[in-house]
Design a protein around this ligand. Structure first.
Ligand code: HEC
Length: 471
């Protein structure tokens, strides 16, 4: 074959390839194909100042992560999402469709090309400084330095009170909690509380709890073990209850006070889509509940709370609840692989709309399911999280609110794996009690409802634990 013939053959082959490529929509490029996916499904977290450690705003910052992206999307590790798709539609569902996963895979396999920058969609205008929503007002917390090597490796939950500065009643339509040092921040929750004459501002307060060798809170006396209950679950009673010592109830004691939190995967509580707002009376304070976890590097966290504020009184009140179990009797037996606590049953005392759910358990948490049981006996599963992952405290925003008539019950069930098969289990051989620390447990099915402004929000729902609300 002469040079010419070879040349002609190559041109034909190249032409053929081009025809094939354009038939399939052209080579997959970052600008044209991948960036739109990243904008829609990833940048909410993957941008400077937000929770993910790397930014996917540009080709330059995303390209080094190409291989990791492929692995993360193929295994569905990213974006984090745990709701069973069989039940409900959620507006913050960022999980990828199969063809989007395929696009990312083809992009990476094809050499992760940028393509023509003119193909790129216009950049999303994210709020500055990592905020998810641009705040009307920012309240700053007090700096706290987490030591590289603290005296003991447990920093107890702390509380802090700062003024709101509100001189008149204020309707808040969103609350976003933003720590500056995410690596050491386990959670920060804020709520609005009445000012008391003895309130001490700007001072961290905590209780040094007596802890055993693995850090679990020690009850003042041995815990009594009760005979198995008829359902065979084998419940135990924490000794401290028998002793009349007030149990360790964490932030959940007054969940009805509308607590907004930063936890991994969630930082914004936005009531605007619900046409609802939270009334913060003049002179109220911000109460911060803060939990830092040392990670070996010193860091000084300066948390902030961003608020959006309504011009006028909203149509609906927002109520967040979650109180579910009696912390004095909650106990997961050693080595139990599928322990079910008593289901949590909440009763709607007024017509309401359901908007948001967020299961909360610790490292032994396995699954949680929320079911509405309507007055006519019909049941509807509204959220099922079959594989709960403690590392992600996601909230699930219903795309359409669910109308819940008065008399409906919300029944929440769940399971724990306290066996050696649970790779996050620090010790399968011990009974696990209710407590704040991750190696203790919680069964806290948070959810948010709204009620018409004519309804007294204190009389809208009955939780399993606070019989007359707020107790
Ligand atoms: C809800 C927030 C959130 C969303 C949405 C999200 N990520 Fe992440 N991502 C994180 C955080 C936080 C980390 C670091 C912690 C970790 O790896 O678990 C991370 C880590 C990663 C990593 C590091 C490798 C790895 O496996 O740990 C990759 C790659 C990644 N994300 C890709 C993506 C892609 C691609 C998308 C969109 C399709 C996406 N993420 C959406 C929060 C998010």
């Amino acid at each position: 074959m002469g040079t010419r013939a070879w040349f002609a053959g190559s041109v034909a082959a190249v032409l053929l390839m081009c025809v094939e490529a354009s038939a399939a929509g052209g080579a997959v490029t970052f600008s044209k194909d991948v960036l739109p996916i990243l904008q829609k499904n990833c940048q909410a977290c993957h941008r400077p100042g937000n929770i993910a450690p790397m930014s996917f705003l540009s080709y330059e910052t995303a390209r080094p992560w190409a291989k990791a992206m492929k692995a993360a999307v193929v295994t569905r590790k990213m974006p984090p999402w745990f709701a069973d798709p069989q039940y409900g539609h959620f507006s913050n569902d960022r999980s990828l469709k199969q063809e989007e996963i395929d696009t990312i895979v083809r992009w990476v396999d094809g050499g992760a090309q940028q393509g023509d920058p003119n193909d790129a969609p216009p950049p999303i205008q994210w709020p500055e400084n990592g905020w998810t929503t641009k705040p009307d007002m920012v309240i700053k917390g007090i700096p706290y330095t987490v030591q590289a090597a603290p005296n003991k490796n447990v920093i107890e939950w702390m509380t802090l009170v700062t003024p709101t500065g509100f001189t008149k009643d204020t309707w808040i339509t969103s609350v976003e909690v933003k720590p500056s040092e995410l690596a050491v921040t386990h959670h920060i929750c804020v709520s609005f509380v009445p000012h008391r004459p003895d309130t001490v501002y700007n001072t961290f307060l905590w209780v040094d709890k007596q802890r055993d060798e693995i850090g679990a809170e020690v009850a003042p006396s041995a815990r009594k073990i009760l005979a198995p209950t008829p359902d065979g679950r084998g419940r135990e009673l924490a000794g401290r209850a028998a002793e009349g010592v007030s149990p360790n109830t964490g932030t959940n004691t007054n969940a009805e006070q509308n607590i907004s939190c930063y936890v991994p995967g969630r930082s914004l509580s936005d009531f605007r889509p619900y046409k609802a707002a939270l009334l913060v009376p003049a002179g109220y304070d911000v109460s911060w509940n803060i939990h830092y976890t040392p990670n070996g590097a010193a860091a000084t966290d300066v948390p902030e709370v961003g608020l959006t504020i309504a011009k006028e009184q909203p149509q609906r009140y927002l109520i967040e609840t979650g109180n579910s179990v009696d912390p004095t009797t909650f106990a997961i037996p050693a080595n139990a692989a599928n322990y079910a606590p008593e289901p949590a049953v909440f009763t709607f005392l007024a017509d309401a709309e359901l908007h948001w759910m967020s299961p909360h358990m610790h490292v032994r948490g396995k699954d949680m399911k929320y079911t509405l049981v309507f007055p006519d006996g019909k049941e509807q599963v509204v959220l099922n999280v079959p594989r709960y992952d403690f590392n992600w405290q996601l909230g699930y925003d219903l795309a359409q609110p669910i109308k819940v008539p008065k008399g409906t019950k919300m029944v929440v069930t769940g399971h724990y794996d306290n066996s050696a098969n649970n790779k996050f289990n620090p010790d399968p051989n011990r009974t696990v009690y209710f407590g704040n620390m991750t190696w203790e447990e919680m069964f806290t099915p948070f959810f948010a409802i709204t009620v018409d402004k004519s309804v007294d929000p204190k009389k809208a729902i009955k939780s399993p634990r606070n019989i007359d609300n707020g107790a």
